[in-house]
Design a protein around this ligand. Sequence first.
Ligand code: SME
Length: 154
Amino acid sequence: MEAAQKKGRYERIMTQLQGLLTKPGDPIARMATIAAVLSHKFDYFFWCGFYRVNQDELIAGPYQGPVACQVLKDGGVCWAAVNLRKTVVVPDVHQFPGHIACDSRSNSEIVIPVFDKDSQLVAVLDVDSTSFNSFDDIDRHHLEMIASMVFANQ
Ligand code: SME
């Protein structure tokens, strides 16, 4: 997808999500709304959803796409984003040490931390693509803003 087209699409999605998430609401319902909108707007979002932090486990939250691991114990891209407290972009998941392959069709991935109002890292937003090198700075920038909407207006 061309950069300008991708940027325009993210901007329209963010306007839509801002409308859907204006009122305070349950974070899980908000995650479900975000996953549904993203998944239906981007063809290359093969898997899109949230994992919630629960002590030493990441537990599957709302998602769209093929059935995924219910619990991530250690290692992998999602845990890397949690441990670094930063977005992790992986152009080729097969080169990422410890990558957890919930579905062998995934080839690239981006994981964004989700912080609550107290700056606690409570979840991650994870997107997988079947293409290599799907995620760039446009995805990173907009998905970070979208991830911050889970706890906005609360
Ligand atoms: N690949 C992730 C696991 C979750 S799935 O992509 C849905 C990881 O390495 O943490």
